[in-house]
Design a protein around this ligand. Structure first.
Ligand SMILES: [Ca+2]
Ligand SMILES: [Ca+2]
Length: 451
């Protein structure tokens, strides 16, 4: 109550002072580069003396100066008694009162590394003149190939946020989408259209002054045939300063899969390029993670299978990509050293049972054991959920013996899901976003019971 009474009396005081002295004062004297933000009396520290100094300046002390660029602490464009109050609270360490100078800053990935989160399979890299990404632990850029790879950071400031990017050489035949989530508003995620000639990308505009959380994610998958793309984020330009590193979720999920996990065709735009009809942040996997308040990442590729891909080739299988960090540079292994997921979800088999091959139980079991042992070697304690494709599409009769083969492995820690309910109203018999959401909710209930 005391504090509130103080604020009220301060407010009344401010109203009185403002009415006497007008809306504020501007005086630019020193080079802004030489001024420590908040240090009005130039004694090298920011404390209550600076609030006193500013207050004296506002009451007309002729030997005092103040610069709007450095003394407008509440960022309303004028220097007045509100700034005195703001500075006093900032000097006292009140939460929400940060001295942030509103100037444009450009941060490379190297600059941001300790204050950003890496999402999914994003790889620190350099980018050569041809747009190729080369893994480099000291690199200035962040390479994104897999769906759900990205980054998240916070900043205190306002206005626009712009990326400097490079789109890989594989991206030549159509535009694609790039995902942006501002202040955790997943429902209104932006799907920005990217072309391979783009070198900058505005991901946010006209943000009001305050603390913001920016999540940047690749929502299209990579494809070596050029229909999808690589993206490297070189730097982020914003007005304000980087904030604290965003918090991790307590629960982590990791998905391995095919087009269902990539979100192929889920946006309901079947007449255009499939890069415009895919959002990996609106899949059963993404919604499952949202329902469980979990972090999630994906290692997935449309058309892939356990033993055979959709065309019956044995090259397009999860075993060949499960440990990759960059799809465009297949010698780049993913670094599994980060936090292990609590649950790994493998959603594979639909392409196997629909590719026209006759697959023996022994083949299924041998490939499954190899994949499971590989994942187990990295995550000794995780639970594993194996979904034999989403029901509703494809050959349901053929799925049964596939599921039976997995079940008979009796693999330690594995839960089999044979029929995850799902529709198929999107492109090529794939689920739409609403259908993914329903499947994600059902999967979240299954996982909840395992935890
Ligand atoms: Ca000072
Ligand atoms: Ca102000």
């Amino acid at each position: 109550m005391k504090k509130r009474a103080w604020i009220v009396s301060l407010f009344l005081c401010v109203v009185m002072v403002a009415s006497i002295f007008g809306s504020g004062f501007l005086q630019t004297t020193a080079d802004p580069a030489d001024i420590v933000y908040g240090d009005l009396n130039a004694d090298g520290v920011v404390n209550d003396d600076d609030a006193v100094y500013l207050s004296e300046y506002l009451t007309g002390w002729s030997n005092h100066t103040a610069n709007v660029d450095t003394a407008d602490f509440n960022h309303d464009g004028v220097v007045d008694q509100l700034d005195v109050a703001y500075l006093r609270r900032a000097a006292a360490g009140w939460e929400g009162y940060d001295l942030v100078r509103l100037e444009q800053n450009t941060y490379t990935i190297a600059d941001m590394w300790d204050s950003m989160r890496v999402l999914g399979r994003a790889v620190r890299c350099t980018v050569d003149r041809g747009g190729n990404m080369v893994a480099d632990a000291e690199g200035m850029a962040l390479g994104l190939d897999f769906s759900t790879a990205g980054m998240e950071f916070t900043f205190i400031g306002q206005g626009d946020v712009t990326l400097s990017i490079a789109c890989g050489p594989s991206w030549y035949s159509s535009d694609g989408l790039f995902g942006v989530v501002i202040d955790n508003d997943f429902e209104n995620m932006k799907e920005l259209v990217l072309s391979n000639s783009d070198r900058t990308l505005e991901v946010a505009s006209d943000l009001p002054y305050g603390e913001h959380t920016i999540r940047l994610v690749k929502i299209n998958e990579y494809s070596s045939n050029g229909m999808q793309q690589s993206i490297a984020i070189r730097s982020v330009t914003l007005t304000g300063q980087l904030g604290d590193k965003p918090a991790e979720k307590d629960l982590k999920l990791e998905f391995y899969g095919d087009s269902y996990t990539c979100g192929y065709g889920n946006l309901g735009r079947p007449s255009g390029p499939f890069g415009m009809d895919e959002n990996a942040y609106k899949t059963y996997a993404a919604y499952c993670a949202q329902f469980l308040d979990a972090d999630f990442s994906a290692c997935a590729q449309s058309g892939y299978g356990l033993c055979y891909d959709y065309s019956g080739s044995s090259s397009g299988i999860l075993e060949s990509i499960w440990d990759q960090g960059l799809r465009s540079n297949t010698s780049t292994a993913w670094d599994f050293a980060g936090d292990a997921p609590d649950v790994v979800v493998i959603n594979i088999g639909t392409n196997d049972v629909n590719c026209g091959k006759t697959i023996t139980k022994a083949e299924i079991q041998q490939r499954a054991t190899t994949l499971l042992d590989n994942i187990r070697s990295k995550y000794p304690d995780c639970k594993i959920v194996w979904i034999c494709g989403l029901s509703g599409s494809g050959n349901n009769d053929a799925r049964a013996p596939f599921a039976q083969a997995i079940q008979e492995l009796n693999y330690s820690g594995l839960t089999l899901v044979e029929n995850l309910p799902c529709g198929k109203s999107g492109r090529d018999g794939h689920p739409l976003v609403s259908e993914h959401r329903a499947a994600g909710e059902a999967l979240a209930e299954i996982i909840q019971d395992l935890l």
